[in-house]
Ligand binder design. Structure first.
Ligand code: SF4
Length: 242
């Protein structure tokens, strides 16, 4: 059941607030669902497949899991669904081929951290955690964008930053790195835990949380074109003709 917890923060909430405070209100205060589109539907399918693949430690059947967890919703036509299905199939086959060379040990998938900081509770769910050496870890977030950004800098990522803070505070993982794994081209961008400024990251979270508590929910119409609520939002400047 939907419950709004203003004192609880995670990366998705902070990101959404920064994109558009009004969007934050719709999603997290009122509980509106954005709904699936092709890209997000494929993203959920791939995440579920990888969770099952690594949880079972059965390295032969990634496509078996994909067929089981592929979500058919969110596509505008059967043809679009098939196009995305095939893109997902290709990226997962390449993922499994690369994974066969992996030296690290996958120790968890979809694992949650939670810690209190001042009056706030901060939590997050990490797609995959690997042990990469003696008391050294890698926290990994999968991204399924079909065209991964070419200018992504891991050490500037707020998401990886809070994941590294969570790993250190909640699991006492002192040494390690945080990575985004771009599944569509099977590349990874990483930064060492020590590359992140914990104080700055937590300050960013808390400042955003304070604006949320003050209920400052003005629309940011610069984000409308990329917003999944653009056809339903009264403040949208990017409504499409249907
Ligand atoms: S459509 Fe525009 S104003 Fe409305 S929630 Fe989305 S980004 Fe904000």
């Amino acid at each position: 059941m939907f419950e709004y917890k203003p004192r609880e923060l995670n990366y998705s909430k902070v990101k959404t607030y920064k994109e558009c405070p009004y969007l934050f209100k719709q999603k997290y205060v009122k509980g509106f669902k954005e709904g699936l589109i092709a890209a997000s539907s494929l993203g959920v399918s791939v995440h579920r497949t990888l969770e099952a693949y690594h949880s079972t430690k059965s390295f032969n059947g990634i496509l078996k899991f994909y067929n089981k967890y592929f979500i058919s919703g969110g596509y505008q036509s059967a043809q679009e669904q098939m196009e995305y299905y095939l893109k997902g199939k290709e990226m997962l086959q390449e993922y499994a081929e690369k994974d066969a060379q992996r030296k690290s040990e996958v120790i968890s998938t979809e694992k949650e951290f939670i810690f209190d900081y001042d009056e706030w509770t901060i939590r997050g769910k990490i797609d995959r955690i690997d042990k990469i050496g003696q008391d050294t870890w890698e926290v990994i977030d999968y991204k399924t964008d079909l065209e991964p950004p070419t200018d992504f800098k891991a050490k500037d990522s707020l998401q990886l930053g809070i994941y590294s803070v969570g790993a250190k505070r909640y699991w006492n993982m002192k040494e390690g790195k945080a990575s985004i794994y771009f599944v569509s081209n099977n590349t990874k961008a990483s930064a060492d835990f020590k590359d992140f400024n914990e104080e700055e990251i937590l300050e960013t979270f808390i400042k955003t949380g304070e604006l949320i508590l003050k209920e400052e929910f003005k629309p940011n119409q610069e984000h409308c074109a990329n917003c999944l609520l653009k056809n339903r939002c009264p403040n949208s400047t990017a409504k499409e003709e249907i």
